[in-house]
Design a protein. Sequence first.
Lengths: 517, 202
Amino acid sequence: MAIKENKDKEKISTLLEDLTSLESYARDLFSFLPIPVCLVSPIGIILETNSAFEKIAGYKIEEIIGKPIEDIFIKKGSEELSKETLEKGFVKAKEFKIFTKEKKEIPVSVSSILRKSEEGEVIGYFIGFFDLSDIKKTEEELKDAQVALLNILEDTEEERKRAEEEKNKTLTIINNFTDGLLVFDKENKLSLINPQAEIFFDVRVKDIIGRSILELSTFPTIAQMATLVGQEIKEIFRKEIPVKESLILEVSTIPIMREEERLGTLIILHDVTREKLIERMKTEFVSLSAHQLRTPLSAIKWTLRMLLDGDLGKITKDQRDFLEKTYKSNERMIDLINDLLDVTRIEEGRYLYKPILTEFEPIVQFVINSYKDEIERKKIHFEFKKPEKKLPRVMIDVEKMRLAFQNLLDNAIRYTPSDGKVTVSLKYGKKEIELQVQDTGVGIPKDQQQRIFTKFFRGANAMRMETEGSGLGLFIAKNIIEAHGGKIWFESEERKGTIFHFTLPIKEEFAEFLKKL
Amino acid sequence: MNQELTKEVAQKLMEIKGEARGGTLKIDMEYILKEKGEEGLKKVEGELEKLGYPIKYKEINTLGYSPVGLRAISLLVIKKVFNFDNEKIKEIGLFGTKISLILKFFIKYVFSFQKVFFQESPKIWREHWTIGELVPVELNEEKKYAILRLKDFNLHPIYCRFLEGYLPGLFQLMVKIPQITCEETKCFFRGDEYHEYLIKWQ
């Protein structure tokens, strides 16, 4: 009996030990589990939970045990979870929201499993939670990013469409532009050519696109333009080039910039053939008319001369006065015709120069002498300032140079009132000689100074003062000076006077100029 | 029995026959750790040692057994060391139901409140104690009250207070009731034949 009792005690002791181990194991496992877990009674009372649940829900274990699960789930959620667990025996990874102690909602994935007694009676269920906050947050961020990305894509698409429309518009303009256009990229390779430029150069896009200026210069029609702009495509403004017999183009280059960066160069080709033709026809007409007029005017001149000289009999004083006036008018007409002929020759490139090596000062003196009477008549104080040392001889066309200086001096005397002053100065510079004609005349209005060297232009104040004058003198003078390699310019102030300067190169520069003639 | 806790009083308590699961003492340990920390626990253990019972709470086997007298001594020492009133002792009782593994391991919380009350209540007692008997007398769900009777268990009045906290906690695990009160209507130490508790809820 005692033995049996001892054995029973031993069994009980072993069972207790096993139970203790089991209890320790269950407790450790429950505490260790990083997943929040709850044990819930069949009627939905929380019987047990673990540290992970404490952490997620913010409740202490003793605060949550004994509470109904609807305290942590929304009512509908807890009912759904209980019902499904009790009916199916489990719930697998279903999304719910739980409330923390601070009533904050946390998205969770919930799994549950039913517990039954040995008799098969439901005695509760376990619930496991998986915190979806981070995943949801990431999902939200991804959604936001997706929305943002879609917005960006939409914007980009809109921008692309807009850019496409702009591009199409630009291309339409470029393709239908009456000027030829060539666009060169950063590396000076042709990236775009419009149909008009193709027509001008008689080339096809596919043959020339992507080529450099050097390569393009091998095309006969493009060669001249390539030479003009150079390999680096320098800046050019309205330079004319004959491309074919019946085609003259005006070439301009414009750099394409983005802020400080040069993205390429645009070459604009403007067809000036028609303008040139009209200009030539006009010049020819003027030339023809002038020639046709000069012969009868010469005949009139000599007839009047004969009458005035008494070769055709005596004339009365009144008759002489009339004839002299007629003779002067005829002379002015001849001068005008001569000026017009000079202009047409200049424009046609037929204004021939016959330079000789000669002294410049006598030419100046010769012209001054021819105006002595006029200077005296107008009571103008005249001064000729000669250089201190002797000027070197220069290669000039004497007749043309006289004409150039005469035009300047004539203007100075004509537009300087009586008692005014005209000073002619001749200077010797290092590389050039300079002639200066200074007057105290009416001056040139500021807003008209830019046009002073253009054909037929006369200042408004000059026209008021002197009705005669062709407006060709300064145009002719400028062409003569520049044809000699010189420069001409002026300073003027209305009602105070004007100073015209021109220079003529000497030594090597001049020698170079002569070679070109 | 309300006299000061002395060695003699403790000795008398230790002479009461019967045993209690270690888990009942673990309740005290967990509560002190929660409220007073390790230092508090050391103080309690020191006081017990002075009385001649040098126990280490952490070494107690939850499912093992210890003399019933020790259960009362533990509560009396805690009350003395921290100058706790009866409400605090009730709080320990309520706390006990939240952490008791025995209540989760061995009790079957089925759907029926009646079944849990009448079947599981005596079992709960038996799982903890080798003496005494918890008798479910009445459960009136309509009027929202229940009566439990504790027979043959005359440990110490401090345990009556403990049960006034423990029993409502137990009911919280059985039925969804937010407000529960418990009153000891009959007490052996007040001359009654047994202890009787009236549990009410709203």
